[in-house]
Ligand binder design. Structure first.
Ligand SMILES: Cc1ncc(COP(=O)(O)O)c(C=O)c1O
Length: 379
């Protein structure tokens, strides 16, 4: 098989699995226990926290472990709202966020929060002037995705962070797709909250983190024994957390270069097919592992199905919204018509993909497109 759906999730690296195993049957103590058996586990937990903190220029105590990106985004937005609801009630986000941010915002609107959803340009970039104009005295938070999960657009966090700082507004980013692929430095980029997860970087599913800058008050969503600085109660998933940190340690710059090369080979090859168009930007402003192409006149779903039958796994967009038949909200925000959005597919790479796999896709895909175009009712 050829797996090109790494933006949905990645294979756990064997070295990650190998460090995780011991926490199930050997070091299975509770990190909150007083005894040595528990405290040894606590030590490993804190070491992992330190690795993740360092990777984004943060302090250890600013990292809270969660069950993943969805929880971290919910905690950031709702936790901040509950902590400030008598002061400020305006949030600025974009039309191209992951569903867990958009649906949290929709829920917050029902609680009386005003939410501004910024437009993006044809490549998916936020307009900084539009952001400045959206700011009001009531603005509490700006939440903007770093690397987009569907089209790979990388926002300029530093420029956005500067605007937030000048206006005394908190800044959150969802960095699930960009983590370890694009540099993140919470000080340089003036970030107050950052969402991270493990399963996009060859770590386990069900583990994530939220960076919360020291001094920022977040009201917990789950109450319990006071774990994670009283912000996220519940016995820590130590195996997952240690695996997460190992995955971070294993991510190297050479992998980015490898994926960039494969990405550009794939884009160049696919665009040779007549009547195709790249969604999102090209080059350094695009995630190294993302390819998203509009094939015009044929259904993306049909291409995905035909590739599937050849053992090539890709997607029409975000795995979370793939159960709906609605066109992607991200592609619509770029200005694509519903028909164009539904004619698009996403191919997302990992460090494990090879040039041979890409060439195989480039051999198979044009034939599928030709076949589907022949029977297309849209032509
Ligand atoms: C940008 C983005 N944010 C959040 C999530 C949700 O993360 P998780 O699956 O860890 O809950 C994902 C992945 O599905 C994502 O791509």
């Amino acid at each position: 098989m050829i797996y090109l759906d790494n933006a949905a999730t990645t294979k756990v690296d064997k070295r990650v699995l190998s460090v995780m195993k011991q926490y199930f049957t050997k070091k299975y103590g509770n990190a909150s226990s007083q005894h040595l058996f528990g405290q040894e586990v606590k030590k490993d937990l804190e070491e992992s926290r330190s690795i993740i903190a360092k990777s984004i220029g943060a302090r250890s105590e600013e990292i809270i472990f969660t069950s993943g990106g969805t929880e971290s985004n919910n905690l950031a937005l709702k936790g901040l709202f509950f902590a400030n609801k008598d002061k400020k009630r305006h949030i600025i986000t974009t039309k191209i966020e992951h569903d867990c941010v958009l649906n949290s915002c929709k829920w917050l609107e029902k609680q009386g929060v005003k939410v501004t959803y910024l437009n993006v340009d044809r490549e998916g970039f936020v307009n900084l002037d539009e952001l400045k104009k959206a700011i009001t005295k009531d603005t509490l938070l700006v939440s903007i995705i770093h690397g987009n999960n569907e089209i790979g657009t990388i926002q300029n966090l530093e420029a956005i962070g500067k605007i937030c700082k000048e206006n005394d507004i908190l800044f959150h980013t969802d960095a699930c797709q960009s983590y370890t692929k694009v540099p993140i430095n919470v000080k340089k980029q003036n970030l107050d909250l950052v969402t991270l997860n493990a399963h996009k970087i060859h770590g386990p599913k069900g583990v994530g983190a939220l960076y919360i800058r020291n001094g920022i008050k977040i009201v917990p969503l789950a109450h319990g024994g006071g774990h994670e600085r009283n912000i996220r109660s519940g016995t820590e998933n130590v195996a997952g957390i240690v695996g997460f940190a190992k995955a971070v340690e294993l991510a190297k710059n050479k992998h980015i270069k490898h994926m960039e090369k494969l990405r550009d080979r794939l884009i160049k090859g696919i665009l040779k097919i007549e009547n195709t168009k790249l969604n999102g930007p090209i080059g350094k402003r695009r995630l190294c592992n993302n390819v998203n192409i509009c094939f015009n006149d044929i259904e993306g779903e049909a291409i995905v199905g035909y590739l599937d039958s050849k053992g090539i796994y890709v997607s029409t967009g975000s795995a979370c919204s793939s159960h709906t038949l609605e066109p992607s909200h991200v592609l619509l925000a770029l200005g694509l018509s519903a028909l164009e959005a539904n004619s698009s597919i996403r191919l997302s790479l990992s460090r494990e993909n090879t040039k041979e796999e890409i060439d195989k896709v480039l051999e198979v895909l044009p034939k599928i497109v030709k076949k589907l175009r022949k029977i297309s009712p849209f032509k």
